[in-house]
Design a protein around this ligand. Structure first.
Ligand code: PMP
Length: 449
């Protein structure tokens, strides 16, 4: 054996021993931090160390464990998680029922043969048909949000035979080439141009803008396959559209024969106070995209769900669209447990109540610090706080982090920060967040002058 491989065996064993450890000594903790920062610097991306600092706070902290609504760094400092993995941890961190399902499944079979019928994929698809609105019936499972959007876009073209799409400004749908074509942020798109042709972006929240684009596309002979949008924009800074937006877009799609793809990767699974955000508006999409919280905050799994007729060509040829790992048994076990927990613990309803409480308290703080906070908005526990400027938002996010609360900037910017805690967050934890935020705002408002 070469020296190189002997070294790799020894080093990987060191990491395996570390993973197996229940407690770390002070020396081991220091070693973990130093080695993690060095590994990021030399082998992941040194930009992360700098970039992260510039977004919301000093992220040289190294995370180590999590439970419920909190996570803990290597040194044992506890944070209330108001970032929630950008909407992953709806049932909380490592919910026991999700962990149990995953362990039970792992002890029997981890991945599927790819040839026989794998039962859990069927069972999960059946549950999904029961909880999704309207006549959504068939599910295709994937590993991430971007893949669910890719699938939805492909199926819209396949079903309609049309090529164009309408997406919205400030929309975010992922970063693979297809989903990136729908994503609206120039900074993510520009280095990769040209993207998929046929995407038109219109201002979010305006049904008139969608109507004009549908009309223009029809006029120039580029009929639209689908309109794709988030029912509430997440990465865009928690933008809640007017109440009649989704119903009007639904009507327009029907009028022009375009499908409506709702990207509920972030808003789905109870986050906004209903299982799916579109239920607030009584709108049923033609294709619904899910990911993030779908795997119970434990396993990565996404899905796109649609009506039977849209599946028709895939029924003729089931491998027209396929993925090796999508819908594997361990991920399906986690997603089944997730649905069970969301419903049995009544978490969508809890999100509605906790969100109303939190938004109320945040609005009181906004009124108290008008030189810092511009607006508080949101639905359920998908909440955005907009600051007067980026610097003040950054100062607040950093202050909160120092005080043991993690919040989310939107990518590359802290003018708006997002509060997306686990839906299981207790009233006491919410009050702690408000109290710490009050303290931070008092300091930052002096900065604002
Ligand atoms: N759609 C929406 C609405 C999202 O918020 C995200 C992720 N922020 C995605 C798609 C992409 O998901 P992923 O990062 O899992 O590819």
């Amino acid at each position: 054996m070469t020296d190189k491989y002997a070294q790799v065996i020894q080093e990987s064993q060191l990491y395996l021993d570390l993973i197996a450890k229940k407690e770390l000594t002070q020396e081991e903790k220091d070693w973990v931090v130093k080695s993690t920062v060095e590994a990021f610097r030399d082998h992941v991306n040194p930009g992360f160390l700098e970039y992260r600092k510039s977004v919301s706070t000093d992220y040289t902290s190294v995370e180590w464990s999590d439970s419920g609504s909190t996570f803990t760094d290597v040194y044992g400092k506890e944070y209330i998680d108001c970032l929630g993995g950008f909407g992953i941890y709806n049932v909380g961190h490592r919910h026991p029922k999700v962990i149990e399902a995953v362990i039970n499944q792992l002890q029997r079979q981890a991945l599927h043969s790819q040839e026989l019928l794998d039962p859990l994929r069927g069972f999960l698809a059946k549950l999904l048909a029961q909880i999704t609105p309207g006549d959504l019936q068939y599910a295709f499972f994937v590993n991430s949000g971007t893949e669910s959007v890719e699938g939805a876009l492909k199926f819209a073209r396949m079903y309609t035979g049309r090529r164009s799409f309408i997406a919205t400004t400030r929309g975010f749908h992922g970063k693979s080439l297809g989903s990136l074509s729908a994503t609206a942020k120039g900074v993510f798109r520009q280095p990769f141009l040209p993207l998929i042709p046929g995407f038109h972006h219109v201002p979010y929240g305006s049904a008139d803008a969608i109507e004009m684009m549908l009309e223009s596309c029809a006029f120039i002979g580029e009929d639209v396959a689908a309109v794709i949008l988030e029912p509430i924009q997440g990465e865009g800074g928690v933008i809640v559209p007017p109440d009649d937006y989704l119903p009007r877009v639904r009507e327009l799609c029907d009028k022009y024969g375009a499908l409506l793809i709702l990207d509920e990767v972030q808003t789905g699974m109870g986050r906004t106070g209903k299982m799916f955000c579109c239920e607030h508006y009584n709108v049923v999409p033609d294709i619904l995209c899910l990911a993030k919280a779908f795997g119970g905050g434990v396993m990565p799994i996404g899905a796109f769900v649609s009506r039977r007729e849209i599946w028709e060509k895939l029924i003729d040829n089931p491998i027209l669209h396929s993925t090796t790992f999508g819908g594997n048994p361990v991920c399906c076990a986690a997603a089944i447990a997730n649905i069970n927990v969301l419903l049995s613990e009544n978490l969508p309803q809890r999100a509605a109540e906790a969100g109303a409480y939190m938004i109320g308290k945040l609005k009181e703080l906004a009124a108290k610090y008008p030189t810092v906070v511009m607006e508080v908005r949101g639905k359920g526990l998908m909440i955005g706080i907009e600051f007067v400027n980026n610097e003040l938002g950054y100062a607040v996010a950093k202050g909160l982090f120092d005080n043991g609360v993690l919040v989310a900037g939107t990518y590359i910017n802290s003018k708006s920060i997002r509060i997306e805690p686990p839906l299981t967050i207790t009233r006491e934890q919410q009050d702690q967040v408000i109290e710490r935020l009050d303290k931070v705002l008092a300091v930052v408002s002096k900065m604002a002058g």
